[in-house]
Write a protein that binds this ligand. Structure first.
Ligand SMILES: [Zn+2]
Length: 342
C-alpha cells in the first residue's frame, strides 16, 4: 500500500487528467442539457453522484456537510448557492438542486453517522432546508428532497404526488422516465424534466448492476482514510476514501470531531501502512492574490484541523498513523499543488 500522501497525489493526477479529457464531453453535455445541477449532501464518502447516476464527473455541483446539515442562514453557504443560481440565471439556464439524505435499507448502522442513524430526522432536515431555499430563491431554483439508499445506490426523488426512484425505473425508456417525473412533480418545468431524465436513467442502470452483483459489507460501511476540508473535491471521487467537509460550515470543529472519530474506528482494523490523513485544499483561478489567499486558507485550515483532532481524538493524533497535507488547486484543470506536508 502506497503512503496516504502519495495515494492522494496519484488520485489527483489521474482524476485531473480525466477531468481535462472530459472537458469537451462536459461542454457537449451542457449544450444539450443546459440546466445547472447541484446537490446538498452528507460528507459521507459513499454518496457519489457521478457513480450513482453514471454521469461524468463535474456535472453536479456538490455542497457537502456532515449529515447534509446545512442551514439557510449560514452566510458562506447561502452566498455560494446564490452565486451558483445567479450564474445559471445570467445565461438563461435553470437550476435544480438535489437536497439529499442517506440511509441503508439492509442495516440501520450503515446509515448516516452524522444523524446517529436517525433517517426520519435526516429527511425532516432535508425537507426544512428545501423549503427554506425555496422561500429565498423562489422560481429561480427547483429544489427537491431526495433519499439515497446506499446498499443499492438507489436515488429516490420525493415529489408532491409520490416518489420516483432509480429502482422503480429499471428497464424504463426515456419517455417513461419523463412521464414518471411529471406524475410525481406536476408543476415541474418541462425543460427541467428533460434534463433530469439522464440522471434517473443512469441511476436505474446503476441499481440494476448492484442488484445483480451486490457489494460486500466492507464496501458498504465506513472505510474512509482521509478527512478532506476546504472546497473543490470533485476529483477525490474514489468511493469510500474521504470524508469531505465544506469549510462554509460554521460548526467546522464539530464536523472535524465526527470525521476524526470515524477515521479512528476505521484505522483500528487497517493493516500497518494503511494510514490516515488530514487533507486541506482550496481552489484558485488566478496567480497572485487569488492563489496566495487559497494558500493561506489551506495552511490555516490544516493547523485548525490538527488542533481539533489533537484535543478530540488524542489517540489518533498521537498514533503516528495520521499525516497531514495542505494544497491549493488550479480550478481549470483541478491539479493540486502541495504546499505543506507533515
Ligand atoms: Zn451521512
Amino acid at each position: 500500500m502506497k503512503p496516504i500522501h502519495e495515494r492522494i497525489i496519484a488520485i489527483n493526477a489521474e482524476q485531473s487528467a480525466l477531468y481535462v479529457a472530459d472537458e469537451a464531453p462536459r461542454l457537449r453535455y451542457w449544450a444539450k442539457h443546459p440546466t445547472f445541477f447541484g446537490c446538498i449532501k452528507c460528507m459521507d464518502g459513499r454518496v457519489l453522484f457521478h457513480s450513482m447516476t453514471n454521469t461524468p464527473i463535474g456535472i453536479v455541483k456538490p455542497f457537502r456537510a456532515i449529515g447534509g446539515k446545512f442551514h439557510v442562514w449560514w452566510p458562506s453557504f447561502l452566498g455560494r448557492v446564490r452565486h451558483w443560481v445567479d450564474k445559471a440565471v445570467s445565461i438563461g439556464s435553470r437550476n435544480f438542486l438535489f437536497v439529499t439524505y442517506h440511509y441503508s435499507a439492509g442495516d440501520a448502522h450503515l446509515g448516516c453517522a452524522g444523524w446517529t442513524y436517525d433517517t426520519s430526522a435526516a429527511r425532516a432536515h432535508a425537507e426544512r432546508l428545501c423549503a427554506d431555499l425555496g422561500s429565498v430563491f423562489s422560481e429561480q431554483l427547483t429544489a427537491v428532497v431526495a433519499g439515497v439508499e446506499t446498499d443499492q445506490d438507489n436515488l429516490i426523488l420525493h415529489g408532491p404526488n409520490g416518489d420516483v426512484s432509480g429502482a422503480s425505473l429499471i428497464g424504463a425508456s426515456p419517455e417513461d422516465v419523463a412521464a414518471a417525473i411529471r406524475r410525481a412533480f406536476p408543476r415541474m418545468d418541462p425543460l427541467t424534466i428533460t434534463d433530469l431524465v439522464p440522471f434517473m436513467l443512469g441511476n436505474a442502470e446503476r441499481v440494476k448492476e448492484l442488484k445483480a452483483s451486490p457489494r460486500g459489507r466492507r464496501e458498504l460501511g465506513h472505510n474512509e482514510r482521509i478527512i478532506a476540508i476546504g472546497q473543490g473535491f470533485d476529483w477525490l471521487a474514489e468511493a469510500n476514501l474521504a470524508l469531505i467537509i465544506n469549510d462554509a460550515d460554521p460548526n467546522l470543529a464539530e464536523s472535524i470531531r465526527v470525521a476524526a472519530s470515524l477515521i479512528e474506528k476505521n484505522i483500528v482494523s487497517a493493516p500497518p501502512g494503511d494510514d490516515a490523513a488530514i487533507f486541506t485544499c482550496i481552489p484558485y483561478r488566478d496567480p497572485g492574490v487569488d492563489e496566495r489567499q487559497a494558500a493561506a486558507r489551506a495552511r490555516g485550515l490544516k493547523a485548525f484541523t490538527e488542533s481539533v483532532v489533537c484535543t478530540s481524538c488524542p489517540g489518533l493524533f498521537e498514533s503516528g498513523r495520521l499525516h497531514s497535507m495542505a494544497a491549493v488547486m488550479w480550478e481549470p484543470n483541478k491539479k493540486i499543488d502541495v504546499i505543506d506536508a507533515t
